[in-house]
Write a protein that binds this ligand. Structure first.
Ligand code: PXP
Length: 252
């Protein structure tokens, strides 16, 4: 449901708990335990990206998360036949479709929905029929937003990577211009009936202006929170992010 007010949700991405586990080829730390802690700390959802190469989250993690958490699972994946089969098998609350390249360190760009409308429309249709909310992870480009609406997506997640990068480099004028483009994208998506999420690269320092965009209903945050958890614990990291999001939303 698209809206322009209400509580801003926080989706916590736990991929990098699995990254640490896999670095040792052991069973620890467990992504499910992180998800349960995130839930207890006030996360509104858990995001997990099942990559084609299974470099962090694995199939067994998705099974454990589906069975173990009490908040919605946002299953992030590429739009491949294998993933479509897994989505329909697990029936998560939501799916976020992302582009995926084996050589990338993280999801580097948005999905090119405009150039791949027919295929993505066919991919999304059975998921919609199964009652799964489908989100397209896209740049704030109006063409991508319009195409996402046309193929029947319920949600767009706008890629905040460039904004975050510019902000981290201290290029604040350029970051502000990118923020303005995110705002325009959020307004257009909302107008087209799409629910708006934002994610990638968000931190304590850069989250406030994004959280203040009234059409944005959910932020998905992973790497920074998992890193911060090393120092203060996951619950405290999430509580502090929540506090900053809520303050920004309230106009403080
Ligand atoms: N949203 C999507 C669609 C992503 O691919 C990622 C990165 O996995 C995130 C949000 C979270 O980004 P970060 O880990 O930089 O907070």
């Amino acid at each position: 449901m698209a809206g322009s007010s209400g509580k801003l949700r926080l989706g916590v991405n736990i991929d990098h708990v699995a990254t640490v586990r896999n670095a040792r080829g052991s069973m620890w730390p467990e992504p499910l335990r992180a998800a349960l802690l995130a839930e207890a700390a006030g996360a509104d959802g858990i995001t997990a990206h099942l990559r084609e190469d299974r470099r962090h989250i694995r199939d067994a993690d998705i099974e454990a998360l589906m069975a173990g958490i009490g908040i919605p699972l946002n299953f992030e994946c590429a739009a491949t036949a294998e993933m479509q089969m897994l989505i329909l098998k697990h029936q998560p609350h939501a799916v976020c479709l992302v582009p995926e390249k084996r050589e990338e360190r993280t999801t580097e760009g948005g999905l090119d929905v405009a150039s791949d409308q027919n295929r993505l429309g066919d991919f999304v249709a059975p998921l919609r029929e199964a009652g799964i909310r489908v989100s397209m992870f896209i740049a704030h480009d109006p063409r991508q937003i319009e195409a996402s609406a046309r193929i029947g997506a319920a949600v767009v997640e706008l890629h905040a990577g460039l904004y975050s990068e510019l902000h981290a480099e201290g290029r604040f004028e350029a970051a502000d211009a990118e923020l303005a483009a995110l705002r325009r994208g959020a307004a257009l998506a909302h107008k087209r009936g799409l629910e708006v999420h934002v994610g990638h690269g968000l931190t304590y320092d850069n989250v406030a202006p994004v959280a203040a965009i009234s059409q944005v209903m959910e932020l998905n945050i992973g790497h920074f929170l998992i890193g911060e958890a090393i120092f203060v614990g996951l619950e405290e990291a999430i509580a502090e992010m929540r506090r900053r999001m809520d303050l920004a939303r309230a106009g403080a």
